[in-house]
Design a protein around this ligand. Structure first.
Ligand code: MG
Length: 219
């Protein structure tokens, strides 16, 4: 169990009512130590599939989003690591740059899979984002990021990403030592799920294309 900030009024994913294909919902993420008044990230996405197994959405190129940044709109990744998780944030409006991303949140799993592609549309790999299992409200889905990620190449070669950021977050008090262990174990479990042929990593998703009629969602 890892501390999280999922909204108290939210409901479990994987149970009806489900969203319909083409509907625009919000993918929202807050830090585990989020408190009222602090910013979080809001990304409008279009539903590809939503059922008991999980939620699949499309993040279109150029989608307007809200993300926490440093005062003055500075990207937090420009900070030294020892300050990264200690500096206050404010919310900024940005646009998703680069090719669109298919995002898959299997029901009840503490990770989601983001399928990255090149400008030409070819599949580049699976970014497995360690995070709290999603919950939802009427407007969208909620999760809580755990810093650590797994990158899996199209040929199956996998490596951990952002181990240093996870350690810095723990140093800053965002995760306890026990929580850090749980998160690392979940990364192993995600890699095993890939190796075992979990549906989120099915080849069909790597060649999936969005409906050409779909417009870029508004914020
Ligand atoms: Mg992450």
């Amino acid at each position: 169990m890892v501390r999280h900030s999922l909204p108290a009024g939210s409901r479990a994913a994987g149970e009806p009512p489900f969203w319909r294909t083409g509907e625009v919902i919000r993918w929202q993420e807050r830090a585990p130590d989020w408190q009222p008044g602090r910013p979080w990230s809001v990304t409008p996405v279009r539903v590809v599939r939503d059922d008991a197994e999980g939620l699949v959405v499309w993040l279109a190129p150029g989608t307007p989003r809200l993300v926490p940044v440093l005062p003055g709109g500075v990207d937090p990744r420009s900070l030294p690591l020892d300050r990264l998780f200690r500096s206050p944030r404010e919310q900024a409006r940005v646009s998703w740059r680069g090719p669109g991303v298919l995002m898959i949140a299997p029901t009840g799993t503490p990770w989601s899979v983001w399928l990255f592609r090149s400008e030409s549309g070819s599949f580049r790999g699976w970014y497995v984002n360690l995070e709290e299992a999603h919950r939802r409200d009427a407007a969208g889905t909620w999760t809580c990021d755990h810093e650590l990620d797994v990158w899996i190449e199209p040929d199956g070669a996998a490596r951990l990403k952002d181990e240093i950021e996870l350690a810095a977050a723990a140093d800053a008090g965002r995760f306890t030592a026990e929580e850090t262990e749980v998160i690392r174990a979940r990364a192993d479990a995600a890699r095993k799920a890939y190796a075992a042929g979990h549906w989120a990593f099915a080849r069909t998703w790597t060649v999936w294309r969005p409906d050409p009629q779909w417009t870029v969602p508004a914020l």
